[in-house]
Design a protein around this ligand. Structure first.
Ligand SMILES: Nc1ncnc2c1ncn2[C@@H]1O[C@H](COP(=O)(O)OP(=O)(O)OP(=O)(O)O)[C@@H](O)[C@H]1O
Ligand SMILES: Nc1ncnc2c1ncn2[C@@H]1O[C@H](COP(=O)(O)OP(=O)(O)OP(=O)(O)O)[C@@H](O)[C@H]1O
Ligand SMILES: [Mg+2]
Ligand SMILES: [Mg+2]
Lengths: 228, 228
């Protein structure tokens, strides 16, 4: 499903250049459960943003489900994201003036083909129930704890039933019990055939995946199967 | 230094009430190193905001360095915060249009008494060096990784040399090596007599403290010394 070849991302700031990703080769098949680890600033979120069609590489190729993403127009990318990808951002990216429920409903507006039979509202409520937030549906982000905001971001990523779930540090603000509940949600999705790729800095969480990639200074330095 | 008696915080949203803190009794002396743990939504950030004079309780008393904080005016609270308290927010709260260096310099403007001899700029640079961000000083938050933004927030909390450091999930976005570096910074500050109170959901990080409080449903359910 995901295929990257010699993929690079360079940020130019005035005279200096930041090589966020340097010639990354990566293949992930449908149905895999992958964890990405690595030091702060090593390129994990940059890699996730490119996988999620939110950013373009500066060199190399990226194929998603066989299509050459690095050559697509913005409107094509937007359609693919809405229909296929669920994204949990490291910084949550919730709208501050709208409730948890409204925040979770937002991706349903971008889904062109009516492939889902239930209403947007009932799908949003069900997603919030899965992350334990049914009692906080009408709170706006400033009326939610950090971990509750993180869970709203997780619920939002699930509402369009994506085939690829990308989660950047999904348990960074969650205690161990709540983190395990989120891992159960991810396991259930993966058991249904959904591809899950998550960035985490916690070894316990990474052990829930079947494969661990370690990133350092913009390259993948190790790629190992998880032994249970 | 910190004394709370029957402290409560109730949020009223329309007809419903959220009892974020229910009759908390707490004493923390100068020079302590305390970790606060507990489930998502249990009241940890609410407690930290009240300790940090960013919020007022709805019942009970809070004494900071012998003064009755729950009776002070906003200007008095602002002066105490600027002179005494360094706060690392769970959501970082960085200004998006200003660089890391400018973000770290901001608290120096609020320090009325000139108790520090070095210039604001040199203090800000030194704080960024302590968290390993000397190469990212001129980046704005959108040009920084999640863990780098978190470290800018940590550097900002140190720049006025506070006597009380409050850190809400300071390593939530940091890999284990970088987290240990931040714990070294906190240990050094604590060795100089600074009181450190941090919220964390990670047992390994909590073990760096000398005392662990566990919060559940708005009350402190356990208070134990860390055995090394
Ligand atoms: N302004 C508000 N209005 C209503 N309820 C609120 C408000 N702020 C917080 N709450 C609620 O108060 C409770 C405690 O919130 P708090 O942020 O202190 O939790 P926390 O322990 O820090 O959680 P986390 O570990 O997820 O960060 C939560 O259930 C939250 O929904
Ligand atoms: N827009 C940008 N301009 C310049 N440099 C950038 C920009 N965005 C990110 N960077 C830099 O690229 C590097 C990789 O960033 P990235 O966010 O991918 O790291 P990360 O592995 O996700 O880190 P963390 O674990 O801290 O979240 C960092 O050193 C960062 O400073
Ligand atoms: Mg990141
Ligand atoms: Mg919190």
């Amino acid at each position: 499903i995901i295929q990257m070849h010699r993929l690079s991302k360079v940020y130019s700031l005035g005279e200096s250049q930041v090589h966020a990703l340097r010639s990354v080769d990566l293949t992930i098949h449908q149905g895999e459960f992958v964890a990405i680890m690595g030091p702060s600033g090593s390129g994990k979120s940059t890699l996730m943003n490119i996988i999620g069609c939110l950013d373009q590489p500066t060199a190399g190729e990226y194929h998603l489900q066989g299509q050459r993403v690095d050559r697509m127009r913005r409107s094509e990318l937007a359609d693919i994201r809405a229909a296929t990808i669920g994204f949990v951002f490291q910084g949550f990216n919730l709208l501050s003036r709208t409730s948890a429920l409204e925040n979770v409903e937002i991706p349903t507006q971008y889904l062109r083909r009516r492939k889902l039979t239930e209403s947007p509202r009932s799908r949003a409520i069900e997603a919030l129930q899965r992350v334990g937030l049914q009692d906080r549906m009408h709170h706006v982000p400033s009326q939610l704890s950090g971990g509750q905001q993180q869970r709203v971001a997780i619920a939002r990523s699930l509402v369009n039933q994506p085939s690829l779930l990308l989660a950047d540090e999904p348990t960074g603000n969650l205690d161990s019990t709540t983190s395990e509940e989120i891992m159960d949600v991810f396991h259930n999705l993966n058991a249904q055939g959904i591809t899950v790729v998550m960035v985490t800095h916690e070894q316990d969480i990474a052990q829930h995946a079947k494969r661990i990639l370690v990133v350092r200074d913009g390259i993948i330095v190790s790629d190992t199967a998880v032994v249970k």
